[in-house]
Design a protein around this ligand. Structure first.
Ligand code: 7RM
Length: 658
């Protein structure tokens, strides 16, 4: 965590009690906690019935007879897209704006619920006409344009399963996701806008499919960038040419509550990303519930904006499913916060009168660096709730966010959750909770968590431990696509009956939870999860590289940054010496995985610190990368290795660009 040390953190004493006026109009009240405590399952059943439309009502709330495989609302049937669209139109809210979309170049589209429903109906018919059936997988590789939302909902509407791949991922990453899920169709765009120019997407799809061997038969291409694209006759189809040819009407059929909704890949401790599987009824219940109460949503008047890309879980739950299930009006923005100049986000908040804003600490910290004059040049008085997600928010950033963006007025909710949890698990409730900067605070009503020792025993106040979830929750992952053993092994083998989140945590004397970062080999860079193993395997796939070790070193802005230690093969030393090897390896990683995985620094070393059993001691490398004295080296096979590495680094051979 940048700037604030853990010590400072624990002495953070500023408190922000709810404003009485806010509390009087708040959606949540203290009764929510009481209701959930009294009968947790009845609480969830009531929430689900209140928040969703069930074509066939459920009679059973939770089946936990075969843990860790949960079934929620199992005998009920619903259609997720119907819940996000048709029912709002039928309730008379068809004219309400669903999306205020803004492209990076400044082009805009305003899409009402009626229009979005019509678009999704046609897209659903198109998918069916292309042979997509219930349970088939569809890969979506799109920029932040309304068609991304339409595509996801159209897939959901016909009971197919989407696998959204973030547009920043490489062709290789896309290919491995297409293969793992045996996707039949890819929906992409020619390109999208980013930092003032068009980044092409279609070439990555072409490269991913180039050598055949996939189940992909068709590629649907949205025209956005206007850039030239290669075309494979018989495979590629323009979205805008196909849609007008299919029926406008489409009836949403109900599917079982446990019907899979999507797969989303996330980094784990091994080189291979895990396909996290979410299903329908439980997921949508908790998406809608958390979106309503954590953000104090008043759908008739609020304008909500979550800055996440739909390629990440935050985009799935808090751009698509939560807000649309709740009939919210939201802003969707294609580009970066810096284009054409810093302050674009604040301009959008002013323009659309955004009242609820949800973003990541890394963004907040980069705004802090640019100075408060930029946001202060805009009218941000419409804001009334601010949210944070993706990594711990240090108190300094929390306070800045509230003061400068929230005008010293808005509650800030720090929301802890994961791709696997599907929706927010730990957060304050605005209007109810006295806020404590730096702490995610308490589990939401209906959620049970604990902080335990390695042996699974709850730890005392202010003691460090591991965060576990002690009861099943509606939006929990149902497994890892195609790998039920890995699901059990990763999350349920450590403590048996408790879900192991992979995060370190402590609970203070008031019972508030402070997240302390990952305890495994998963890094968190700008709120995005990256696996050390995945980047290491990308590095060793380069012909120059004999061995590689990757660590997440703390970084002022991005939380953590990727730092790689690399040994060059003897046979390739001359070749490596002839090029800028650091630049070469950095772009190699970007090509293999995606730009977000590109190491900030690469250090070429002669040896890596290993234990006698051959395990790389990343802890020591992290010490070096962060400029700290190197810790205990007594378990190293060769105790001189770290001294040599440290000396070499002090000699200034590090590389760091952009
Ligand atoms: C939503 C998301 C999950 C990991 C998680 C944590 C970290 C997320 C917070 C946080 C401290 C937070 N999904 N994390 N939110 N740490 N405070 N409010 O980020 O699957 O991509 O990442 O992110 O380590 O395990 S994710």
């Amino acid at each position: 965590m940048p700037s604030d040390t853990i010590d400072n953190l624990l002495h953070e004493s500023r408190r922000f009690p709810p404003d009485p006026e806010f509390a009087a109009n708040a959606v949540a009240g203290p009764d929510l906690y009481e209701d959930a405590r009294r009968d947790r399952l009845a609480f969830w059943a009531n929430q689900s019935r209140e928040l969703l439309h069930w074509h066939k009502p459920f009679t059973r709330t939770l089946d936990w007879s075969n843990p860790p495989f949960a079934k929620w609302f199992n005998d009920g049937e619903l259609n997720v897209a119907y819940n996000c669209l048709d029912r709002h139109v039928l309730a008379g809210n068809g004219d309400r704006v669903a999306l205020h979309w803004e492209g990076e170049p400044g082009d805009t589209r305003t899409i009402t619920y009626a229009e979005l429903t019509a678009d999704v109906k046609r897209a659903a018919n198109l998918l069916t006409s292309l042979g997509i059936r219930e349970g088939d997988r569809v890969a979506i590789y799109l920029p932040m344009i309304p068609e991304a939302v339409v595509a996801m909902l159209a897939v959901a509407r016909i009971g197919a399963i989407h696998s959204v791949v973030f547009g920043g991922f490489s062709a290789e990453s896309l290919r491995s996701r297409i293969d793992d899920a045996n996707a039949k169709l890819v929906i992409t765009a020619d390109g999208g806008y980013r930092k003032g120019s068009v980044f092409p997407l279609k070439p990555a799809v072409d490269a991913a499919l180039a050598d055949g061997g996939t189940d992909v038969r068709k590629v649907l291409v949205v025209r956005r960038g206007g850039n030239d694209v290669d075309w494979v006759e018989g495979r590629d189809l323009w979205w805008h040419e196909e849609l007008p040819q299919v029926d406008a009407d489409h009836e949403a059929k109900p599917f079982a509550a446990e019907h899979p909704l999507y797969i989303l890949y996330t980094s784990g401790t091994t080189g291979k990303p895990k396909g996290i599987v979410h299903t329908s009824g439980g997921y949508l219940t908790q998406a809608a519930y958390t979106h309503k109460y954590v953000f104090d949503l008043h759908p008739e008047t609020d304008v909500y904006w979550c800055s996440a890309d739909v390629g990440w879980v935050t985009g799935h739950t808090y751009v698509v499913y939560g807000p649309l299930a709740n009939g919210a009006t939201q802003v969707l923005y294609e580009g970066t916060p810096e284009y054409p100049k810093p302050g674009r986000w604040w301009e959008l908040i002013e323009k659309y009168r955004v009242s609820i804003f949800y973003t990541a600490p890394t963004a907040i910290r980069s705004f802090m660096k640019q100075g408060r004059q930029i946001p202060q040049g805009r009218d941000l008085s419409s804001l009334r709730v601010l949210g944070s997600v993706g990594e711990p928010i240090n108190p300094e950033a929390w306070i800045w966010y509230r003061e400068v963006i929230g005008g010293n007025r808005t509650p800030v909710v720090d929301t802890w959750w994961q791709t696997e949890t599907g929706a927010i698990m730990i957060s304050a409730l605005p209007g109810v909770t006295t806020l404590k900067p730096g702490s995610a605070q308490v589990p939401l009503p209906g959620i049970s968590v604990d902080v335990v020792s390695d042996a699974g025993v709850p730890v005392g106040a202010d003691e460090g431990g591991l965060l576990v979830i002690t009861e099943p929750w509606p939006s929990m992952l149902r497994g890892i696509w195609g790998d039920p053993e890995r699901y059990q092994e990763t999350y349920w083998s450590k403590f048996g009956d408790k879900y192991f989140a992979g995060d370190g945590a402590r609970r203070d004397k008031d019972g508030d939870i402070w997240l302390m970062g990952r305890v495994d080999d998963v890094m968190n860079v700008s709120g995005h999860r990256l696996s050390t193993a995945e980047i290491e395997s990308a590095l060793v796939a380069h012909p120059f590289v004999a061995e590689a070790a990757v660590v997440g070193a703390s970084d002022e802005t991005t939380g953590q940054a990727v730092v790689a230690f690399v040994i060059i093969k003897r046979s390739h030393r001359d070749q490596a010496a002839a090029v800028d090897v650091n630049a070469e390896l950095r772009s190699h990683v970007a090509r293999q995985i995606g730009a977000i995985a590109r190491p900030r620094d690469i250090y070429i070393v002669e040896e890596l610190p290993k234990t006698r059993s051959g395990k790389i001691m990343r802890r020591l490398l992290r010490d070096t990368a962060e400029g700290r004295p190197v810790g205990d080296t007594t378990t190293l096979a060769d105790t001189t290795v770290m001294a040599i590495i440290t000396e070499k680094l002090a000699g200034g051979v590090a590389s760091s660009e952009d």
